[in-house]
Design a protein around this ligand. Structure first.
Ligand code: PMP
Length: 459
């Protein structure tokens, strides 16, 4: 077995769904990552890779930011743990809540914390249900999400996720959720349909669904401003405006899941800024701490908060929370992380370096395997197809993506294959030279993939 074959066996993760393929890993074990340096990580054999996925779309500041280590150490020394129950609080979580209120859209003025994105989306749904119960709208509980949206893997957030493998054999969806068409212009637009027309059609679908289910049963619409894990799918022109118009008409709350798009990923602070979304609830995680600590935040509007506070006063308290909610070390790291993003102009960096990534990937559009190149800022997707003109997908879906995923390791590059879409999501600290290296490694991989696809008779 050649080095490459053994690497292939070790690394073939079935990337059609976001989790690893256990059977293959049991055979040869995972790739062990030992340390990090800037945008690179090093495996147990000493091989370095550019982490062009920021880990799980999350390590904005790269893998060796001493200031985050120092912030954690200072907080560990001062107060390593305290909770937020029974009328107690601690400074880092209070300060972070106030920083987040300052950064996010004006109507979002109150913050809840959790430890993960999945928990945060669960909590957002609990808040929506609680508020509707308080308002006497006990039937208004269904959530609308999109096919191919990713919102987590717990019972509620996994239900919101619109990816079949997240549901399969887990008895999900287990909450009342309806999944509507993914705003995937490349695949779902009718021939000749403009982006704006496509957006209007999807808004009409939303409206018809609300009417057929009954507006008094629909509580909220949840969406990632740009769908990431489901295939890097930017919202088409006018999409969010159309969706919000319908939501407003039927008193349906808008939840922006900014777990990937938050903190500069699209070249502006939030996806809401990029697309002109005015969410009632915004959910943040990942780049909030650059994943150096587990943390997520749910921001809610004053209107929602007022109902929540009044109802909690009636019931005695808001009976929700976790032992490590708003953990002092995690919130201290988040504060430092945000400070660094601002001091170093990393949102602007993502815009500038991201436009280079987007432009140069689009140069690959003529490649015979490349059907679509899409994305915004520092997140991009390259969809590979069997036939460019008809957009035909490969009969053996995901095989080429899996080949590219593992072959890229040989060129020192970690990317992700979502079926046959290759995703890029490099850290916010990436430089133009880093982007050149990512593109060069990817071009080598794509060249090999072309020969491999021919040899395999992929079509
Ligand atoms: N929402 C989005 C948009 C995500 O990308 C993710 C994680 N990939 C989640 C929610 C779930 O977050 P976590 O894995 O921290 O539970």
């Amino acid at each position: 077995m050649s080095d490459f074959d053994s690497l292939a066996h070790r690394d073939v993760a079935n990337q059609i769904h976001p989790y690893t393929n256990l059977a293959q890993h049991q055979e040869s074990g995972p790739l062990i990552i030992e340390r990090g340096n800037g945008i690179r990580v090093v495996d147990s054999a000493g091989r370095a890779y550019i982490e062009a996925m920021s880990g799980l779309w999350s390590v904005g500041l790269g893998f060796s930011e001493q200031r985050l280590v120092d912030a954690a150490t200072r907080q560990f020394q001062k107060l390593p743990y305290y909770h937020s129950f029974s009328h107690k609080a601690h400074s880092p979580s209070i300060e972070l809540a106030s920083r987040l209120v300052g950064l996010t859209p004006d109507n979002l003025n109150h913050v809840h914390f959790t430890n993960s994105g999945s928990e945060a989306n669960d909590a957002a749904i609990k808040i929506v249900w609680y508020v509707n119960n308080a308002l006497g709208r006990s039937a208004k509980k269904k959530i609308i999400a999109r096919k191919q949206g990713y919102h987590g893997a717990t019972i509620a957030s996994g239900s919101l996720t619109g990816i079949p493998s997240i549901h399969q054999d887990f008895d999900l969806p287990a909450i009342p959720v309806r999944h509507i068409t993914c705003p995937y212009y490349y695949r779902h637009a009718h021939p000749g349909e403009t982006e704006a027309d496509f957006s209007r059609r999807l808004a009409l679908e939303l409206e018809e669904l609300i009417l057929s289910e009954g507006a008094d049963t629909i509580a909220a619409f949840i969406g990632e401003p740009l769908i990431a894990a489901g295939g890097v799918i930017p919202a088409p022109e006018g999409y969010w405006q159309e969706i919000q118009r319908v939501c407003k008409r039927y008193d349906v709350l808008v939840i922006a899941d900014e777990i990937i798009t938050g903190f500069g990923r699209l070249g502006v602070m939030f996806g809401a800024d990029y697309y002109g979304i005015q969410p009632d609830i915004m959910v943040l995680s990942k780049q909030l701490t650059s994943s150096y600590q587990p943390l997520a935040a749910i921001l809610v509007s004053s209107e929602i908060n007022e109902v929540l506070v009044n109802q909690s006063a009636r019931l005695g308290s808001f009976v929700h929370g976790f032992t490590t909610t708003g953990h002092p070390v995690a919130t201290a790291v988040a504060l430092e992380n945000i400070k660094i993003i601002e001091e170093r102009g990393l949102v602007e960096n993502a815009r500038v370096v991201g436009s280079k990534l987007q432009a140069e990937l689009r140069h690959l559009s003529d490649h015979p395997l490349v059907g679509d190149v899409r994305g915004a800022g520092l997140v991009a997707g390259v969809e590979l197809v069997a036939d460019k003109v008809s957009k035909k997908q490969f009969d053996r879906a995901g095989e080429l993506g899996a080949y590219i995923f593992r072959r890229a390791h040989d060129y020192g590059l970690i990317i992700r294959a979502i079926g046959d879409t290759i995703a890029f999501c490099p850290p916010l600290i990436s430089t133009q030279a880093d982007i050149d290296q990512i593109l060069s490694a990817f071009e080598h991989t794509l060249r090999d993939a072309t020969s491999w696809a021919n040899a395999q008779g992929l079509h």
